[in-house]
Design a protein around this ligand. Sequence first.
Ligand code: NAP
Length: 248
Amino acid sequence: MSFSDYRTALVTGASAGMGTALVERLCAEGLTVHALARRADRLDELAARTGCIPHAVDITDTEALKAAVEGLEIDVLINNAGVGRAGNITTMDEFGVDELIDLNLRAVLHITRLLLPGMLERDRGHIVNIGSMAGQYNFGGNTVYHATKAAIRMLSQQLRIDVNGKRVRITEFSPGRVETEIFDRNHGMSKDEARQHWYEGYEIPGPADVADAIAYVINLPSHITIGHMEMMSTFQAPGGLSIVKTAK
Ligand SMILES: NC(=O)c1ccc[n+]([C@@H]2O[C@H](COP(=O)([O-])OP(=O)(O)OC[C@H]3O[C@@H](n4cnc5c(N)ncnc54)[C@H](OP(=O)(O)O)[C@@H]3O)[C@@H](O)[C@H]2O)c1
């Protein structure tokens, strides 16, 4: 199976960052790409540029999501839409908990539930779940985000059991820091502030690097699955030891 065997794709979170780059790449490979996000103006601009099919939808609204994907035969599903929030569980408000669970996990489960049966029936498909290094490692802050991304990790592994015996592949893609819009949103910063704080002076991957890596994974022969791929700046390393000294 390679791009030439797939005809259709669906990318969530297509109006920014990695999602936009993935739509651009999949369209360039000749697939009919359905692009989902809330901001219609951005999707329209993307559609004009790439030929993708825009769907302005809040994917946490399950009825709206169902209506958007109803009847679609999707070969490549990229569960990309996600949000983060600064702070740990002691500082997170009710909205923050619900938003992260609803988008990063609940919407992924629903869209997978809706589209995977068709892939199994057609014996053709690939689901790429965008996780995070936060789903693999613990580090300071963002407790709820870590929890949702750890769920994506186990979901991706479990899906491989669910589809075993069919020509349907499951990949979890776990990025470290990538230059997108996520940090502006997480920290309520302007684009400029976020760039200065999170990106300037760092050699980190961009959305096109992510799209290249995912394109490689999709383009492998159908008897090969890359189950998990982690992408990070060479200058970013997870791990470390946290210990607090309590006596002088
Ligand atoms: N950037 C990083 O450093 C990094 C690192 C690790 C993992 N990730 C993960 O990578 C994925 C992509 O993130 P990104 O960095 O590209 O983020 P981004 O630039 O902030 O883009 C997020 C996308 O999600 C969409 N979205 C948000 N809420 C939505 C909703 N309710 N319904 C539909 N779409 C919604 C946004 O579009 P609208 O606002 O128009 O709806 C936007 O297109 C996420 O799952 C994120 O957790 C990112």
